[in-house]
Design a protein around this ligand. Structure first.
Ligand code: NAD
Length: 286
């Protein structure tokens, strides 16, 4: 049976480290700050923002929330972001997605200062990651990298299959594995014979958004399996993108859903905010 990679436990450890760093910053007169911008009243987005507010409060990070009406004009939103870009109390800016249809999401994300882009979505940060010199890394794949590190998985020379090529997870994940000297195969909806590719992998990272699509029988014996998927089955049940029971009989280590990758995302957001606050001591921000 595979070892379970426990995201809750790793996350708690990293949050404790973040808290210590916040205390060190406080001793130097600095409180790290996050500004969250929420447009409209989508209930899902509200829940996410309140989870982030709670996590910031627990870590000692200032949380400045801007809730704006759904019909706000794009120019007003851009003006607010410009103000926050200049606000010296703020180290990170989070634009809660999705934005209403009349707002150009790309334009808004690009208006965030790359030096406060703690989600790592700005083209500047995507470029830095692609060049192997990251400033901010997107939180979910960064969390996965931490989980692998904390579990003693070395990626050097390994065959890694990343299934899913979203800008949020798959693509940056592939870049991060490449930076660790893995040989990366990035699969997507046009990939032929996904099973064959996965069955050759030492490490499988599934970010498809397709319930249990990765069959247990595809997993190479001893492989490490990271399941990013969150798929709701009926009212209560959550399953990942990997057929967990069957895969855990073959894998060397595997993340569960829930309790695997999920808890890491907000943790890495906190970590990025603190990294950003630490850069206040640099001659320029980054
Ligand atoms: P997405 O829908 O943007 O991307 C899915 C990717 O999977 C696409 O690149 C697509 O090409 C690929 N794909 C779809 N069907 C395929 C198929 N049949 N064969 C091969 N590839 C296929 O999704 P996303 O934002 O990357 O998220 C993926 C999953 O991870 C979702 O379940 C999402 O809820 C979850 N997620 C979890 C966290 C977290 O745990 N914190 C964060 C982000 C996303």
């Amino acid at each position: 049976m595979a070892k379970i990679i426990d995201g809750k436990e790793i996350s708690a450890r990293i949050r404790a480290e973040v808290k210590t760093k916040v205390e060190h910053l406080a001793a130097r007169g600095i409180t790290p700050g996050l500004a969250a911008v929420l447009v409209g009243d989508d209930p899902g987005s509200r829940v996410y923002v309140s989870m982030k507010a709670k996590a910031c409060a627990a870590a000692g990070i200032l949380f400045d929330e801007h809730t704006l009406p759904a019909d706000i004009g794009e120019d007003s939103l851009l003006a607010l972001i410009e103000e926050i870009n200049k606000d010296e109390r703020i180290d990170g800016i989070l634009i809660q997605l999705p934005l209403p249809a009349h707002i150009d999401e790309r334009r808004v994300l690009e208006s965030v200062s790359p030096h406060k882009d703690v989600d790592g979505f700005h083209p500047f940060n995507v470029g830095r990651l692609a060049l192997g010199n990251p400033l901010f890394r997107p939180c979910t794949p960064y969390g996965i990298l931490k989980m692998l590190d904390e579990s003693g998985v070395c990626l050097d020379g390994k065959d890694v299959v990343v299934a899913g090529r979203s800008n949020l997870v798959g693509k940056p994940m592939a870049m991060m594995c490449l930076a660790r000297n893995a040989t990366v195969t990035l699969c997507h909806s046009h990939t032929r014979d996904l099973g064959r590719k996965i069955s050759a992998a030492d490490v499988v990272i599934a970010a498809l958004g397709r319930a249990e699509m990765v069959r247990g029988a595809w997993i190479k014996r001893g492989a490490v399996v990271i399941d990013v998927g969150i798929n709701r089955i009926g009212e209560k049940k959550l399953v990942g993108d990997v057929e967990f029971e069957a895969a855990s009989k073959r894998a060397g280590a595997i993340t569960p859903v829930p309790g695997g990758v999920g808890p890491m995302t907000i943790t890495m957001l906190l970590s990025n905010i603190v990294e950003s606050a630490e850069r206040r001591f640099s001659p320029w921000r980054a």
